[in-house]
Design a protein around this ligand. Structure first.
Ligand SMILES: [Zn+2]
Length: 285
């Protein structure tokens, strides 16, 4: 599933081709994309709008429109956006929406599993909608160890589960949480509220920003469906330190990477670099 680095990559690639352009045709083929609203009504509302900005908050893409409204796009598990000259992309049963731009190009939304959403929000609806669902933006300067401490304080959930929670921190998913915890040398089952030491909070803050920046620098990770708007794959999957690498040697200490389940998710870590905390009990690995 696309996480912050993948969504940010899509945003950066689409920004120059979308901003300033007008929608001259909008077709929403899958009612599930916009429910509970009617696809034809949403398409009619979007038709004729001009894009004035393309933003991102957590894993949401924010298409800012001339009217003051915003189209909020969430790719969920398998959504992807392609941009190409009109008619150059093969039609395919997983195409859920097509937006014609005035310059003769199209933005095509494709989604195999169909969990992605397009939500058209009125001018005053965007900020409260996002504030209710999302915590701090981890790559902003305002995201500091103190801010992280406040988000984790008093929580008994495993650190991994707390970091997956979008209200703790916006934009992290299974890949980048595992990568950040390896960088910070913290066990995924460590109770979140036990991260109180200043040095550990600094290390974790740095690790989160570092893991996300590494992902953006490599245009995201392509495991299955994710691709950039021009169809090329990301490269981050070749540089994972732990994610999906069970049994392979840890780059720091050579110990085989271990795999457990945390919060229902496959979780990879180094049993030596990320020792199991005493408070969790159980075997060392
Ligand atoms: Zn190690």
């Amino acid at each position: 599933m696309p996480e912050l680095p993948e969504v940010e990559t899509v945003r950066r690639r689409l920004e120059p081709v979308l901003v300033g352009r007008r929608f001259v045709g909008v077709e929403i083929r899958d009612p599930r994309l916009v429910r509970p609203f009617e696809p034809a009504e949403v398409a009619a509302e979007l038709d004729g709008e001009r894009v004035v900005g393309l933003g991102r908050r957590g894993k949401y893409l924010i298409v800012r429109l001339e009217s003051g409204r915003s189209l909020l796009i969430h790719l969920r598990m398998t959504g992807s956006l392609r941009h190409a000259p009109r008619g150059s992309l093969a039609d395919d049963p997983h195409t859920r929406a097509v937006v014609n731009l005035e310059d003769g190009s199209d933005v095509v939304y494709r989604d195999v599993r169909r969990f992605g959403t397009w939500l058209l929000l009125e001018p005053l609806e965007l900020d409260p909608y996002l504030a209710e669902r999302l915590g701090a933006e981890p790559l902003e300067r305002a995201f500091t160890p103190a801010r992280l401490a406040a988000a984790l304080a008093g929580r008994r959930a495993p650190l991994k589960a707390a970091l997956l929670d979008q209200r703790t921190l916006a934009g992290m998913g299974n890949i980048y949480v595992d990568e950040a915890l390896w960088r910070a040398r913290l066990h995924p089952l460590l109770p979140a509220g036990e991260v109180v030491d200043d040095a550990v909070l600094h290390a974790l803050t740095r690790a989160i920003k570092g893991a996300l920046r590494a992902g953006i620098a490599r245009q995201g990770a392509t495991l299955r469906d994710y691709a950039q708007p021009d169809g090329t794959r990301g490269r981050m999957q070749h540089e994972f330190k732990v994610y999906g690498r069970d049994g392979e040697p840890c780059e720091r200490c050579g110990t085989p990477i271990g795999k457990i389940r945390v919060a229902g998710r496959g979780t990879w870590f180094c049993p030596v670099c990320q020792p199991r905390p005493e408070s969790v009990g159980g075997r060392a690995a």
